[in-house]
Write a protein that binds this ligand. Structure first.
Ligand SMILES: NC(=O)c1ccc[n+]([C@@H]2O[C@H](COP(=O)([O-])OP(=O)(O)OC[C@H]3O[C@@H](n4cnc5c(N)ncnc54)[C@H](OP(=O)(O)O)[C@@H]3O)[C@@H](O)[C@H]2O)c1
Length: 355
């Protein structure tokens, strides 16, 4: 049987994404073959395509951090899953495909009846948001937080979870995104304002307990100024430097897994050494998953349960067919997307891109 997957043939712009057709792989004894129903499209996929994300595989590779699918065939040593069962996984690459063989230890059971596109949005974005809130910042009910990029995939997850945890929330966004921040329980602050620091200090009184910063670079310095004494910046990305370099452009890239890391380290050290009891703490979902896989599993299960109990509802911005992975990445790179873009299998009736 043939199947399709997306391949990045060399590092670069969207035109390095190709659809290839091959024989469906057979699972090894400790693996399960999964028919993929939904795969998340995220900023790290674009960064890996350009060769600049720390998790960039060598070319050729299939991108895609997270997936939800149906167990379709069991390896000889697998007895704890059944065919037809719905599962989720975050393999970090390879999810942009119709089928994938995964080690059974990677699989998280998903109850029947959940929307695969909403469920896949929980893995990278909501686990990131949940672990940053509860494990990095250790927030307490009643505290104030500021979320940069509040209408993005991780930003909307932080808002929904912050509401469940009883936090007072502020979110930077464009004017178009302001109603979404308000709907999700936050106070919107226009990220285009020149006086952003003064405005945050004005609306909050004396700053916030935690700032969530996906931008990195000098932006972390600005985030530190928004903290009350004893507060933390949780730093989890390098989007600023990427946008400055033309994210989503057609330039050809070069693999650089250390992109942005040295400067990131410098700012974290600065945060520790400078007076004022305001720290910068880094967060990386992939490192926490590698070092503490049980925590990743536990947190993903907690979030799937919150979805089942309707306490959270991921915003799925667009559902594209796998064959339009390129259009999906182009749309995300352009900006202005509210929530998560998901590639869904044809049986889930994807919308067609107009681009
Ligand atoms: N460390 C980790 O474990 C981890 C895990 C997940 C993600 N990440 C990183 O987190 C970052 C965000 O990921 P994502 O999937 O949430 O991306 P996303 O969905 O594209 O969201 C980014 C958001 O930032 C907004 N934005 C752009 N410029 C801004 C500015 N100057 N001020 C405030 N907001 C601004 C965008 O708004 P507009 O569209 O209106 O411009 C968009 O809403 C990426 O760098 C990703 O690699 C890290």
């Amino acid at each position: 049987m043939k199947y399709q997957r997306i391949v990045v043939s060399q590092y670069g712009g969207p035109d390095v994404l190709h659809v290839v057709e091959e024989e469906v792989p057979e699972p090894r004894p400790d693996e399960v073959r999964v028919k993929i129903l939904a795969a998340g499209v995220g900023m790290p996929d674009i960064m890996a395509r350009e060769g600049i994300h720390p998790e960039t595989p060598r070319v050729p590779f299939t991108p895609g951090w997270d997936l939800v699918g149906v167990v379709e065939r069991l390896g000889d040593q697998v007895s704890d899953f059944n065919t037809g069962q719905v599962v989720a996984a975050m393999p970090i690459s390879s999810a942009y495909a119709e089928y994938q063989c995964l080690k059974k230890a990677e699989l998280i059971p998903v109850p029947l009846g959940l929307d695969p596109a909403e469920t896949v949005s929980l893995l990278l974005n909501y686990v990131t948001a949940y672990q940053m809130l509860t494990r990095s910042a250790k927030v307490k009910s009643g505290q104030r937080i500021l979320i940069h990029g509040a209408t993005g995939g991780v930003g909307t997850a932080l808002l929904q979870l912050g509401r469940v945890l009883g936090l007072t929330m502020y979110g930077t966004c464009s004017s178009k995104g302001a109603p979404t921040v308000t709907d999700l329980g936050g106070t919107p602050i226009d990220y285009g304002r020149k006086d952003l620091v003064q405005e945050v200090l004005r609306v909050t009184g004396d700053g916030v307990d935690t700032v969530f910063d996906p931008f990195g670079g000098a932006h972390m310095w600005q985030s530190r100024q928004l903290l009350r004494v004893g507060g933390k910046v949780v730093a989890y990305g390098t989007t600023t430097t990427l946008r400055a370099e033309g994210l989503g452009s057609k330039r050809s890239g070069k693999r650089n897994p250390l992109h942005g890391i040295p400067i990131f380290g410098l700012y974290i050290a600065g945060g520790l050494l400078l007076p004022g009891k305001r720290r910068i703490v880094p967060y990386s979902i992939q490192w926490l998953k590698r070092l503490r896989p049980a925590l990743f599993r536990e947190d993903a299960i907690t979030l799937i349960d919150l979805l089942r109990r309707l306490q959270i509802k991921p915003i799925v911005a667009h559902r594209f067919p796998l064959s339009q992975a390129r259009q999906a990445q182009e749309l995300l790179a352009k900006g202005g997307v509210i929530g998560k873009i998901v590639l869904v299998s044809n049986e889930l009736k994807p919308e067609k891109s107009t681009g």
